[in-house]
Design a protein around this ligand. Structure first.
Ligand SMILES: [Zn+2]
Length: 379
């Protein structure tokens, strides 16, 4: 086990080269052909030591599941490593944001979220194989093609593989420049509230109109009050639309709202509040659609156990791992909600996910990879 970190350090330039190849194979969620090219690149990389299977992703690229051949004869139970192949970056982003190594970092689209996490995991597997360190469990890696757009098509596959696992390790980036692990994530959902009023000529027949825009403005005030920061509930009316012309009393208006909850039991309460909105102007009608789409990852005992295990492993190699709560969702939300211990944020350490300064710290490549290898050998 002590040999793991030096082994990984000796392969650092290969790790960086693979991150570069992965980042330079652009894979936006909405371009299935591009995502499939990336999936093929990963498949080719693991074929010498894994059984590879792809699953159709509907309108998206294929989902990839790899089962690794690892040292150790008797396998009991399964560990699922979870990641995604898609990025938020459109094709051609490389032209303005090329991959580069500078200032102790690797820069480029998707390096942090989350191509480095995938590469770390593959090198963790290679370390265990080359050093002949027994791994007590069967190990699967699943890469989803639609994580950045809600994981609708991959969710059943994620849940199926997680349900058979004793632990899920999510290769998403850590939090902040210290790379805190994620032991809790908020649940995420959205609602749309549509107001139907009554159109009229704003000059000729004003009183006959029932303005959907005015009604919506009033409703938004109420909706915004559903936020309860103390309980970790946020409600963000993020997008509004409505009306046609200034001289028409608006017949229709709409708001799209993002919601986040820390506790699963807060979701139905919030939903009830949305469904009980009533128009101030009785001539208007309200229609409410939507709900929770990712349940919260609540910090369970099993999650704490995984975190403590990772923390002890970190100490062995001289890094102090901390834990964090994030408002952002991942596929770990689904697996944790099934009651499967899930540890998230095990991937790259850096900043700028979904932003122009997306980058990872080069001097955190080796320890992150070593923690993954040691987790697989321990759990
Ligand atoms: Zn991600």
């Amino acid at each position: 086990m002590q040999a793991i970190l030096p082994y990984i350090q000796s392969r650092q330039s290969e790790i960086i080269a693979l991150i570069r190849r992965f980042a330079e194979c652009e894979s936006p969620s909405d371009n299935p052909a591009a995502v499939n090219r990336f999936v093929e690149l990963v498949s080719d990389a693991v074929t010498p030591y894994a059984k590879v299977k792809t699953h159709p992703g509907g309108a998206f690229g294929k989902h990839l599941v790899c089962e690794f051949q690892l040292p150790g004869r008797r396998k009991s139970g399964q560990i699922l490593a979870l990641g995604h192949s898609d990025t938020v970056w459109p094709m051609g982003t490389l032209r303005s944001m090329p991959f580069r190594e500078a200032e102790g970092r690797l820069w480029g689209p998707g390096v942090l979220d989350m191509k480095s996490g995938v590469v770390f995991f593959l090198f963790a597997i290679q370390a265990l194989r080359d050093l002949d360190i027994p791994v007590p469990s069967k190990v699967l890696l699943q890469l989803n093609s639609d994580e950045e757009v809600g994981s609708e098509s991959s969710r059943p596959l994620t849940e199926r593989n997680a349900a058979r696992s004793k632990a899920v390790l999510v290769l998403e980036p850590g939090t902040g420049l210290t790379g805190k692990l994620k032991t809790a994530r908020k649940g995420v959902g959205d609602f749309t509230v549509t107001v139907r009023g009554k159109a009229s000529h704003a000059g000729v027949d004003f009183p006959a109109g029932a303005s959907a825009v005015l009604e919506l403005a009033r409703q938004i005030e109420r909706i915004a009050e559903f936020t309860d920061l103390k309980r970790g509930i946020t409600v963000n009316p993020g997008v509004i639309a409505g009306g046609t012309r200034t001289n028409v009393v608006a017949a229709e208006a709409r708001v799209d709202v993002d919601i986040r909850v820390l506790r699963l039991r807060d979701a139905p309460r919030l939903e009830k509040k949305f469904r009980s909105l009533r128009p101030v102007d009785r001539r208007c009608k309200l229609e409410v659609t939507g709900g929770l789409n990712r349940p919260p990852m609540e910090r369970s005992e099993g999650i704490v156990y995984l975190f403590k295990t990772a923390q002890a492993i970190g100490r062995e190699i001289g890094v102090e791992l901390e834990e964090s709560l994030t408002g952002g969702g991942s596929d770990g939300n689904f697996t944790a909600a099934l009651g499967i211990p899930t540890l998230d944020g095990l991937g790259g350490v850096g900043e700028g996910a979904h932003a122009a300064n997306e980058s990872i710290l080069v001097d955190r490549i080796a320890d992150r990879t070593a923690v993954l290898a040691k987790l697989l050998a321990t759990l």
